[in-house]
Design a protein around this ligand. Sequence first.
Ligand SMILES: [Zn+2]
Ligand SMILES: [Zn+2]
Length: 135
Amino acid sequence: MTVSGSCLCGQIRYELHGDDLRSSFLYQCHCSRCRQVTGSAANAVLVIPERNFRWLAGDDLVKHYRPESGSGASFCPECSSPAPFSDESGRTYWIPAGGLDSDIGLKVGAHMFTGSKAGWDEFSGPGQCFDEGMS
Ligand SMILES: [Zn+2]
Ligand SMILES: [Zn+2]
């Protein structure tokens, strides 16, 4: 299967492909950092190996905010949509699930940091809940 993704302004575009995409890990993190980055209750991220990922456009435009400690953000400088990013080895990619252009047929597998979720965050749905990260 092949699923494309893009940012709001369309300058950043990417593609996920592979028969094993449906067994990918999809999670949401409800921590304060992810709330700030998304402006919402949680992020939603798909974790896939490099072989399942391809940039179509705009990979050189992506801005990375990397603070000394903790997680940062990767985003389109034009429209601020979250963008895919990889770890230092480049072997794993984190894909913003909300950026996918069509349904990938996956359910959320885990909810992280539910112990510190926003007071107004009343999420429900499938997936295991973790007070903090999974590690
Ligand atoms: Zn954009
Ligand atoms: Zn988080």
